[in-house]
Design a protein around this ligand. Sequence first.
Ligand SMILES: C[S@@+](CC[C@H](N)C(=O)[O-])C[C@H]1O[C@@H](n2cnc3c(N)ncnc32)[C@H](O)[C@@H]1O
Length: 354
Amino acid sequence: MRVMNKPIIHYSLLYCRPGFEQECAQEALRQASVQRPVIAEQPAIVAESGYVVIAHNQQTFTFSRLVFARQLISLHHTLTTLPERDRLSPILAVLAQLLGTFSALWLEVPDTNEGKTLSAFTRRFQPLLEEALGERIDPLQKAPRLHIFFPDKSSVLIGTSDPYNSAAALMGIVRQSMPGDAPSRSTLKLAEAIEVFMDKSEQTRLLRSGMQAVDLGAAPGGWTWQLVRRGLRVAAIDNGPMKGSMAKHPLVQHLKQDGFKFRPKKGVDWLVCDMVEKPARVAALIEEWFAEGLCKHAIFNLKLPMKQRLAALDSALSGLRKRLDMEGINYKMFAKQLYHDREEVTVFLSKTKN
Ligand SMILES: C[S@@+](CC[C@H](N)C(=O)[O-])C[C@H]1O[C@@H](n2cnc3c(N)ncnc32)[C@H](O)[C@@H]1O
């Protein structure tokens, strides 16, 4: 008689922007399905919850290739009925079963209004868990991080993340503080994109004083502000007015032109683009700039207000990839829905040498 081994099901917990749970799950399952068929019966997705749980047969996920996931966690335990009087003991019982040390202990909540109401509770809880775990938390170890995620006060999801394949920020949120003199809150999107897509050495190498940039859809000037702050000269293209310190800055040339028609006389280092347009049209524009050698690096936003958000994004990015390949351009490209992005994602595209 042949004994069939029942496959062990693994679970991953992914955080996302509330409202993007479907896209987050769909995209992760698609990544998994390239390796092995995915498990048909998936945990229910709770709309607007800010997280999803995926069941799989040990497929590996590449976090940097997931657009909608803010964080990637291997889920080990779920407790759904934490007693109000003593939430700590059941959690400690689970932690006793998890072996090894952890490089960090992160108590997290969803990025929702309900989540915000739990923050005070997790702050109180943190020192209790730290004390109980003692030397098992060692920031000097190259060990997984321990995530204790509370979707609500009575349940907890316990998992670990690989520091080399996840976001290095609590709740997967790379927070930025609003610079006092930037003309718009949009400035935070570009600030975050720079942090998320480029490590420190790339930031200093690729964003240097004296470099030239074009900002399409620049007004009132939040993105231009980020570039100017790093010493870049910026051609700011927009029919609307540049405001505050960006209205008359020696490094800024404001041109009231159509961003889809404007082309610089000579190639520039950077193209940034935050125009509100269909993703396919923006991607086609970026294609032209790279194919014509008009820029080396780009950060651009793709707005996704439509129902088929993942399909629209896929089609825009695959068109762009095809064209770059056809032109024989070597490049790296990453897309992410950043914390400061709303119904949109941000893309980093950079020419590489080989
Ligand atoms: C989201 S806002 C940009 C905000 C800007 N990134 C900032 O940080 O302040 C979009 C801008 O794109 C501009 N825009 C839209 N279509 C355009 C076009 N075809 N040419 C130039 N600018 C355009 C709008 O006038 C608007 O100012």
